[in-house]
Every structure is written in C-alpha cells, then in structure tokens.
Design a protein around this ligand. Structure first.
Ligand SMILES: NC(=O)c1ccc[n+]([C@@H]2O[C@H](COP(=O)([O-])OP(=O)(O)OC[C@H]3O[C@@H](n4cnc5c(N)ncnc54)[C@H](O)[C@@H]3O)[C@@H](O)[C@H]2O)c1
Length: 332
C-alpha cells in the first residue's frame, strides 16, 4: 500500500481521542509521518506520556490533556480539526464487570459528548473504535456485521450503544460516521502490565520474565488476532474513502483467521526462543474460564474489503515477528 495514497491533505487536521493509548498513538504516528496535523485528546487514564513523547515537539502535533466526560474538552478539541478518529474508552471486559458505572460514563456518556461536539463543529467524518464484543452470544462463524447476539458484558453494551448513537446521529443530524469493530488488536505499545492487560502482551511479558503464562480454560478458545498496522490502515481508509455507500455503517476489522490460545502460546514460545532459548521450556498454567469471554471469534472482513478497500497486510505470525522485536527492544 502506498503511504502517499493515504494522505488526507496537508490543510486537513485530525483529532485522535485516546491518542496516548496503544491504538491511538500508532494512529498519531502514521498521520504525523504522512504530513497531517494531529490533535490528541487524552486524560492518561490508561494511556502513557511515553507513547507520544516523541511527538510533543512536532509543530503539527498538539496535545490536549482532557477528558471526554467533560463537554468543554470535547468542544475545544473538535473545534481545531476537520476529522475525528475516536479511540478514547475504557477497554477490557473484566474492568467493566468490576466497575460498570465508570465504563458507562467514559464509553457511553463520553462517546455521546464527542458526537455532539463533532456535530456542532461540522466535523467532516467521525470514525470510531467499535468492538467485536458486540457479537456477544451469537454463535455463527465467521461474524458478519448484520448478525449480532446479546452482549455478554457491560463493556459490550457500551460498545453496542456507541453504534446505536452513531447511527441515530447520522440519520438525525447528517453527521458522517463509520464504526470499526476491532478484533483483538496487538502490536507495539500495547500495555503488558496490570489486571486488564490483553492476552498477547501479557503472555509476552510473562515469557520474557520466565514466568508460566496463565490460560483461562483449556486453551481451545480462539481469537482473530489483528495486527496494529491493519487497524491503522482501516482507520485511514475509513477517514478518506470517497465511496458514499461506505459511510454510516460498521465494519469488522480483523485479519480473518482464528488461532487458539494454545497455538498462540506455542508460536510465542517458538519466536521468543530465538531471543532466549530458555523460553521454550516454560510451562503453561490452566485456570478457570473468565466471565464474559466469548469462546470463539472470527471475522468476515468482506464488507470492509468491498466498501473500504481494506487489505490487511499482516497475519498473526508476521505481526508477532514485528511486535516481539519491539517488546524485546523496549521492555526487556
Ligand atoms: N485493543 C483491542 O484489542 C481493542 C478491541 C476492540 C476495541 N478496542 C477499542 O479501541 C480503542 C482503543 O483501545 P486501546 O487498546 O488502544 O486501549 P488504550 O487503553 O491503550 O487506549 C485508550 C486511550 O483512551 C484514553 N482515555 C480513557 N478514558 C478517557 C477519557 N475519559 N478521556 C480521554 N481519554 C481517555 C486512555 O488514557 C488511553 O490513552 C478503545 O475504544 C477500545 O475500546 C480495542
């Protein structure tokens, strides 16, 4: 994919909410590297200054330390830009089970604030992070955008409500929205620490420290792991597509293959053994299943391919090679 083809325009500017987080900071990097102006709105709830420290001196980058639960912060940020990539949210199913009120305040009220601010600032397009958790208890595989089940967690409800609000704002106020249902994203800067860490960085960190990784269940649960470069590409294509039929809809963003947790772990051990041979012999600990987890997840990416011209470049193995090199260099 030619990077030039993804340029928006030098006189256009993009707000990345949650821009100090894992996905948001990778989006900021791409936009800045391609000559765009970027405003980052983040309250550092889970994001980190170090994820954007290299951008702070760049004249095209502006940080607003603020909270999407505060309408004034949303209005200020939207007034500076033409486009929005809304990533700010509290992720993690277990976090939302422990504290559903805060998840709702950030993910639903914060989202609504951002939509209102975007509407009132004449934002050209509002692209937002939706989630595969919206498929809930639907059993069919691969997941197709039009068929969802009942949500299995407060987090999943918040992400589904986002889609409902985006749809109503498009119909009622004419704002253009595109929702991207991410499937288990991984890559550089994803936080390996804390109770709510995602599975890939958590396993990587445990293996690097010679600790036994814990699998919830027997390891046969599977996921459509999606490398960050694919997610960045999807956001830029959603932001720039001229295909009018693409707007006001939601898309699965994944690679389109599923891998069990057991297979993931064996690939990780294999690749990390190239850095440290002792990692090959580390045992796995199996524990009880986790509340709210869906057994299997696999996306159909046909709709994103057809309407957004989304073409994922990295499968799990290619993505892991790049991600592991970053984790080894930065966290070892
Ligand atoms: N990582 C995944 O696999 C995945 C999967 C599906 C959906 N998503 C969604 O993608 C988005 C980005 O996720 P991520 O993995 O980069 O998580 P992250 O935690 O690294 O990033 C979220 C960012 O939002 C910021 N934030 C949180 N609350 C805020 C608030 N009230 N005001 C302003 N900023 C706030 C955080 O500080 C952080 O920088 C989220 O909306 C998440 O729900 C992620």
């Amino acid at each position: 994919m030619s990077k030039k083809g993804l340029l928006i325009s030098n006189d256009h500017s993009v707000l990345v909410t949650g821009g100090a987080g894992f996905i948001g900071s990778n989006l900021c990097d791409f936009l800045i590297q391609n000559g765009n102006k970027v405003v980052c709105l983040d309250n550092f709830a889970t994001g980190k200054k170090e994820n954007i420290s290299h951008l702070l001196e760049n004249e095209n980058f502006q940080l607003i330390e603020g909270d999407i639960r505060n309408m004034e912060d949303c209005i200020k940020a939207c007034s500076l830009v033409d486009y929005v990539l809304h990533q700010a949210a509290l992720g993690s199913v277990p976090r939302s089970i422990k504290d559903p009120i805060t998840s709702n305040e950030v993910n639903v009220t914060g989202f609504l604030n951002m939509l209102v601010a975007a509407r009132d600032s004449d934002i050209k397009r509002f692209v937002y992070a939706a989630s595969s958790s919206t498929y809930g208890d639907s059993k069919g595989l691969p997941k197709m955008e039009e068929v969802i089940g009942k949500p299995l967690s407060p987090y999943a409800i918040t992400k589904y409500v986002n889609e409902l609000y985006a749809d109503i704002f498009a119909k009622t106020y004419g704002i253009e929205t595109i929702g991207l249902r991410y499937f288990n994203v991984f890559g550089k800067r994803q936080d390996p620490n804390g109770a709510y860490a995602a599975v890939i960085p958590k396993f990587v960190m445990q293996l690097m420290k010679h600790q036994s990784p814990n699998i919830n269940g027997d390891g046969t649960y599977s996921r459509d792991f999606t490398y960050i470069d694919n997610v960045v590409q999807a956001n830029i294509k959603a932001l720039t597509t001229k295909n009018k039929r693409a707007a006001n809809s939601v898309y699965n963003i994944a690679f389109g293959e599923r891998t069990s947790l057991n297979d993931l772990l064996s690939i990780l051990k294999d690749y990390l053994s190239e850095y440290d041979p002792k990692i090959k012999d580390i045992n796995t600990i199996y524990g009880p299943l986790r509340e709210g987890d869906v057994p299997h997840s696999l996306a159909s990416i046909q709709k994103a391919q057809d309407l957004l011209n989304y073409q994922p470049t990295h499968n799990l193995k290619r993505g892991l090679k790049e991600a592991l090199s970053w984790y080894w260099d930065n966290l070892k």
